[in-house]
Design a protein around this ligand. Structure first.
Ligand SMILES: C[S@@+](CC[C@H](N)C(=O)[O-])C[C@H]1O[C@@H](n2cnc3c(N)ncnc32)[C@H](O)[C@@H]1O
Length: 249
């Protein structure tokens, strides 16, 4: 069984239905209130069992075991529900990409930026595009280090885009756009950089092949294109390892 979010939802849902379909009639028959703490613990246990027999990765098992007990605990704190609405909106504004395309926000580190700077220096003045540019962790330092190159960042999570926009202010060689990466044309760039997740890589590669010009370079941080041998792998000295997979068009 794969670990797609829909399957995880089904798995947790099955545990809820199973436990409630036993507990509700049982306590109803005894005319006593459902003990929510014990019920949530039972749901966690059953969900853990389902996750284990369907061989889900360990972190999903932990999530399944803890989810309902945590719901019970949070409910017992009697927090004003508006705070949850506020939190959900905030998460959506930052992690929109995780919901729509399984691409959350995490940032390229300094070592990766250094390796990208070396790569761009080798190639000479370039037009560089960061697909899903986050807060500008690549575009901002690279634009400062390489003033003869042009840097474009596209980002579609509103709050993340805004933070990146502010951090890019005063840098004329940064073009910061609120745009869906799938709507972004790749033909005008010498180097296209992506630090996304395994999920979009097959589709992204089709886009790269269709749009990037011969001689240009596609660089993927950490996530290789399935079934394609990179022309070069740059081993960035950092922990955890974050290799740069380079594909020459
Ligand atoms: C792993 S982060 C990488 C951020 C930045 N490139 C870096 O290296 O530090 C991926 C970013 O892609 C953005 N993203 C996800 N899906 C996107 C889409 N369809 N269009 C534009 N940006 C997207 C996310 O919001 C997130 O900020």
């Amino acid at each position: 069984m794969s670990s797609t979010p829909k399957r995880q939802f089904a798995l947790q849902g099955a545990a809820v239905i199973l436990v409630l379909s036993i507990a509700w009639p049982y306590y109803g028959w005894q005319a006593t209130a459902l003990p929510w703490l014990e019920t949530s613990l039972a749901i966690g246990g059953v969900a853990l069992f389902f996750a284990t027999i369907s061989r889900q990765p360990w972190w999903w098992r932990v999530i399944h075991a803890g989810f309902m007990p945590l719901v019970w605990f949070t409910h017992s704190l009697a927090i004003d529900p508006n705070w949850f609405l506020f939190g959900a909106i905030l998460l959506l504004l930052v992690f929109r990409g995780a919901l729509s395309g399984q691409v959350p926000l995490y940032l390229s580190n300094k070592q990766t930026v250094g390796a990208l700077a070396d790569l761009l220096t080798e190639r000479g003045p370039s037009r560089f595009l960061d697909l899903g540019a986050g807060l500008g962790s690549t575009t901002v330092p690279l634009a400062d280090a390489l003033p003869d190159s042009q840097f474009t960042g596209v980002e579609n999570a509103p709050l993340t885009w805004l933070a990146g926009r502010l951090l890019s202010l005063g840098r004329p060689n940064i073009h910061w756009q609120w745009l869906d990466l799938w709507q972004t044309g790749l033909a005008d760039y010498d180097v296209v950089y992506a630090f996304l997740s395994p999920a979009p890589m097959p589709r992204l590669w089709e886009k790269v092949k269709a749009e990037m010009r011969p001689g240009s370079l596609f660089v993927s941080n950490s996530f290789p294109v399935p079934g394609m041998t990179p022309d070069r792998i740059i081993d960035v000295a950092c922990t955890p390892p974050r290799p740069l997979y380079c594909y020459q068009l």
